[in-house]
Design a protein around this ligand. Sequence first.
Ligand code: SF4
Length: 486
Amino acid sequence: MEVTSAQFYPNAVIAIHDIQLQTALDRGTTRASAGRVNMMGETTDALALRAQARAARERALNNLPELLEQLEANVTRLGGVVLWARTGAEANHLIAELCESNQVKRITKGKSMVTEETGLNEALQARGIEINESDLGEYILQLRGDHPSHIVTPMIHMTSEQTAQTLHAKLGMPMTDSPEEMTRFVRGVMREKYLEADLGISGVNFAIAESGTIITVENEGNNRLSCNTPRIHVAVMGIEKVLATWEDWVTLAQLLPRSATGQRMNVYTNLFTGPKRPAEQDGPEKFYLVILDNGRSKILAGEYAESLACIRCGACLNACPVYQNVGGHAYGWVYPGPIGSIVSPLLLGVTAAPMLPHASTLCGACQQACPVDIAIPEMLLKLRRDLVQQGDGGWGWKLSMRLWQLGMQSPALYRFGGALASLATRALAGRSGKITWLPGILGGWTRNRDFAPFAARSFRARYAKKAAGRVVALESSTEHKTGDIR
Ligand code: SF4
């Protein structure tokens, strides 16, 4: 997938003017956020559960090398093979090699963001291997030559009308507005593909170190079919997906579906513990687990380690006012929204995604929604600091920040600046009371919205006057009461 994170602003402008996208985003994020709030409200002590989940993730990240070794030992004991990949290209190469050595021609694949990150589909297709996404949303995107715009609901940017048009144009399905009919139709198409596939690929929601079990959660059953029907199963995970114990999983299992899709529980929770045993009839003959670093150990060693605690629930995306307006494609890579604005610069390098740390109002809705309480706004601020230290921002930006700093250090200058801003903005607003044009760098604001002029009298001035009035009233009432006593 082409990385366009450096073009976030132009991407965002296009997105804001796309009426269909706005309709789809409005429907999708509103529904998801409301579902999450309802379901979290059902838990007896949501904050305690969140603290427990956070502790589980910290336990994993603090002991990552040992847990990964334990996971490898257990997967191997169960008859699986663990492959380590330093980079995305290395992961793709390892999978392509094992496809060649096992004469694999067709693959079905469950939803996996990490393979989007490595560009696995393109790498395998370049070697002549047919690969079919099996998640309904991912499959429709594949038919369109499109990419996911959300880490949980990949085609949140599409309306159901667009989905029907795609199925009609690409697969000849009669036009319908019934999601059930569309699902049934794709299910029929996919059944054949599962039966024909030589190999199934899945992502990994969590891997349990103490037993060597891979967990995937889903609602369609496609992941289960695409990994169990073919003779080989390859699971791909980032190093951060490991958990120490089943107990930790039990905690996270209560939060992931609630935060992601507003469900008490996913429809399917798949536990893959190695390949098929001799006495078993079903399941893959071979099982491979690809564990990918791709820059994660560097993140773990630095001040952004907390970002690896993410369980990819997507709640911060749905809650974010920026994501709600621009959607996922504007972020220009696999990981959109608030967590993507941290992860993408860290994985790609801040210079490849310099606008993403600024793609936030810092309102804090993301952290509030996050089931593992990741300090997203704080990390975004730190990334902005890193950018400035690397020379980001022109002279105009630096000058305005310097003036702001001076003003914040001197009450007199602050008052003067406020009075000046009030005069200037009220003059610009004129009779209409609204500013529809601002000069230079400030024009970015008025290009898409009005700017309200500053008040004629500042809050401090009004407060001081009111407080003075209260003192006078108090004094006179005290005098009056004192007079009564006399
Ligand atoms: S940062 Fe938190 S809310 Fe956002 S996807 Fe990750 S776990 Fe979910």
